[in-house]
Design a protein around this ligand. Structure first.
Ligand code: FAD
Length: 290
């Protein structure tokens, strides 16, 4: 690994993903301010390099060959409260938004404490938990294209559906977003966060590297139920294993390659398709050079 004129060259992305998997980035730049975020995108554009926005790396399967161009790790964290509204920079942890809301006696954002990753990742993927999703609480988002032009989109302009937004498959960057809760009681918001966190710990294999739900739930069913009913709970390929605790989680037992996880995902898809005629759609984003 060498320091290049533009960020770090060859940084292993396994160090920056919750699955602890991923090959090198051509160039890796970590930003902690809005100025650096905008400036890095401008410089990448000048060098005609593609930019991959990395938030918390909690919804990614990065290939073993890594990502070409610039991986921009967004660690710009700022949040302000105004009545029932919280405005947060895109690199702010979603859990921090939940904590700030609770401190200010704002209710309705407690679920965010249980979803790892950043505001940018949640706005991009319409993250959700406990029956609420980003689309239900976001007021608007400031967006930016690769020319550095910015604009504000209201929630109804973000193309939200289950774990989907109009930002996916585009190079549009979320700069910041505003979320609305309701003014309520601080103690009950804090209690609710604790209850939700406990429920998570009991049901999910949080002690092993993972990337949350691997597949979206098909309409009216659960991907985990279908995988389990296909006899795949505990099945391994290389260092990747379908979790014994929750079959819609694939965990890295220590030595997993991205190729192992991908092969296990494909096995789940083909077995579930054969038994139940349901095509499981990945929730995790499979990225990089394969
Ligand atoms: C233990 C665990 C539990 C989880 N539980 C849930 C859950 O309950 N509900 C749920 O929805 N998800 C869950 N996830 C998945 C993950 O936390 C969410 O998808 C999260 O929103 C991803 O955010 P991130 O910052 O980590 O994004 P990353 O994984 O870094 O990136 C995901 C995508 O978002 C894009 N992106 C990131 N930042 C920006 C930005 N500023 N602008 C534009 N695009 C951007 C990336 O380019 C990439 O395409 C879980 C994951 C784990 C590990």
């Amino acid at each position: 690994m060498t320091i290049a004129p533009f960020g770090i060259r060859g940084e292993p992305l396994a160090a920056h993903t919750s699955l602890h998997i991923g090959g090198p980035a051509d160039f890796f730049v970590r930003v902690t301010t809005e100025t650096d975020l905008v400036g890095t995108i401008r410089v990448a554009r000048q060098h005609e390099l593609p930019v991959f926005m990395l938030g918390g790396g909690t919804n990614l399967l990065v290939s073993d060959k890594g990502i070409r161009g610039v991986v921009l790790q967004n660690a710009w964290r700022e949040a302000t409260v105004d009545g029932p509204i919280i405005e947060a920079s895109s690199g702010t942890a979603l859990a921090h938004v939940a904590a700030r809301a609770a401190q200010a006696g704002i209710e309705g954002l407690e679920w965010m404490a249980t979803v790892p990753g950043t505001v940018g990742g949640a706005v991009h993927g319409n993250a959700g938990a406990f029956g609420t999703e980003t689309a239900d609480v976001v007021v608007d988002a400031e967006l930016m294209d690769l020319n550095g032009d910015t604009w504000r989109s209201r929630v109804d302009e973000l193309g939200y559906a289950y774990r989907t937004s109009s930002l996916q498959g585009t190079p549009i960057v979320c700069v910041r977003a505003r979320f609305r809760g309701t003014l309520g009681d601080r103690a009950s918001a804090v209690r609710r966060i604790k209850e939700m966190a406990n429920e998570r710990t009991n049901k999910q294999p949080l002690a092993q590297p993972n990337t949350g739900s691997i597949f979206r739930n098909p309409p009216g069913d659960h991907a985990g139920r279908l995988i389990e009913a296909s006899g795949l709970k505990g099945r391994s390929i290389g260092g990747a294993r379908v979790s014994e605790k929750h079959a819609n989680f694939i965990v890295n037992t220590g030595t997993a390659k991205a190729a192992d996880v991908k092969a296990l995902m494909e096995l789940c898809q083909s077995e579930v398709q054969e038994r139940f005629g349901v095509r499981l759609v990945p929730e995790v984003e499979v990225v990089g050079e394969w």
